[in-house]
Design a binder for this molecule. Structure first.
Ligand SMILES: NC(=O)c1ccc[n+]([C@@H]2O[C@H](COP(=O)([O-])OP(=O)(O)OC[C@H]3O[C@@H](n4cnc5c(N)ncnc54)[C@H](O)[C@@H]3O)[C@@H](O)[C@H]2O)c1
Length: 248
């Protein structure tokens, strides 16, 4: 199909999991890739897989929680590719524990990456997209940002914040042709969820009408759709890709 031929896309947290799956599907559509991750050494495998699809791809080591690092990385991406059409704010972390036991450090760490990181990337890339008068931003939220979840006060608050950030971005940048949408995945089969205790995983599966976890590729399909031309009249929306886990 090559719907995104020669478009330039940044994907954060692209070293593994959902971010890598998104990078690969964007490459299938012909996009050039700037892969961003704090674990620079993990990026090599993603880069090799993406390049094997015949598209240009470059890795950028960056901690998205640092404004300085984000400014430098976005400048480097723009210098390398000359434009930025798509931003996927996918990088995220968890530090789970019950609210009354949660340390300030765990709260700050999760909010810094999941929410502030997306803000910093959107600010740096948004300026470029506004000048270009076009672009698409996809933010990786979560169904728990809509529903809440015991043991994840920091994470759920970060994802709810990310949904609000998406809507404000859509309102502020829409007049310049820049769209912003969020995906709310449910339970996805990745390293993040493999680390959960068996009982928690079984409990999650019970509340999913489709009765199984998603594969990262199923989230990536939604990201490519929202980033691409078929979603040209969609902005400020949250697409839950969760097997029916939440309906709102
Ligand atoms: N796995 C799930 O079930 C699930 C469900 C809902 C939402 N999500 C969200 O999807 C996104 C991807 O999740 P995943 O399961 O692929 O996670 P993952 O842990 O497999 O991958 C996350 C990637 O982000 C990178 N990263 C972490 N901190 C960073 C930072 N400060 N700067 C740059 N990169 C950083 C990591 O190095 C890693 O490569 C996250 O935002 C997560 O919250 C995941």
């Amino acid at each position: 199909m090559n719907e995104l031929q020669d478009q330039v896309a940044i994907v954060t947290g692209a070293a593994r999991g959902i971010g890598r799956a998104i990078a690969l599907k964007l490459a299938d559509e012909g996009a050039k890739l700037a892969l961003v991750d704090v674990k620079a050494e993990w990026l090599e495998e993603s880069l090799a897989l993406v390049r094997a699809k015949g598209v240009e791809a470059e890795g950028f080591a960056c901690d998205i929680a640092s404004g300085e690092a984000v400014e430098a990385a976005v400048k480097a991406v723009h210098g390398r590719f000359g434009k930025i059409d798509i931003l996927v704010n996918n990088a995220g972390i968890t530090r789970d524990t019950l609210l009354v036991r949660m340390s300030e450090a765990d709260w700050d760490a999760v909010l810094s990456v999941n929410l502030k990181g997306a803000f910093l990337m959107t600010k740096a890339v948004g300026r470029i997209m506004m000048k270009q008068r076009g672009g698409a931003i996809v933010n990786m939220a979560s169904v728990v940002g809509l529903m809440g979840n015991a043991g994840q006060a920091n994470y759920t608050a970060s994802k709810a914040g990310l949904i609000a950030l998406t809507k404000t971005t859509a309102r502020e940048l829409g007049p310049r042709g820049v769209r912003a949408n969020a995906i709310a995945p449910g339970f996805v089969h990745t390293a993040m969820t493999d680390a959960l205790p068996e009982a928690v995983r079984e409990g999650m599966l019970k509340i999913i009408p489709l009765g199984r976890a998603a594969e990262p590729e199923e989230i990536a399909d939604a990201a490519v759709f929202l980033a691409g031309p078929r979603a040209r009249y969609i902005t400020g929306q949250v697409l839950a890709v969760c097997g029916g886990m939440t309906m709102y």
